[in-house]
Design a protein around this ligand. Structure first.
Ligand code: ZN
Length: 65
């Protein structure tokens, strides 16, 4: 299973999808960040990442299927 490049935490399906959606659609499995590290990376709250996940799910983004 994939783990976060920065903290080593297990990457959930949604975290993989949001990383790809927001950073790099072609990211490899070795290149992923968990949502905590992704939020830090982007300089936003983790809640903002959850919001984005819900948003992309709601518009039917195929990465979240
Ligand atoms: Zn992390």
């Amino acid at each position: 299973m994939a783990s976060c490049k920065k903290c080593g935490k297990h990457i959930e399906k949604n975290e993989r999808a949001i990383y790809k959606r927001m950073i790099n659609r072609g990211a490899s499995e070795d290149d992923l960040l968990c949502k905590v590290c992704l939020a830090q990376h982007l300089g936003v709250d983790t809640a903002k990442i959850d919001e984005k996940i819900e948003h992309f799910k709601s518009i039917g983004c195929t990465l979240f299927n």
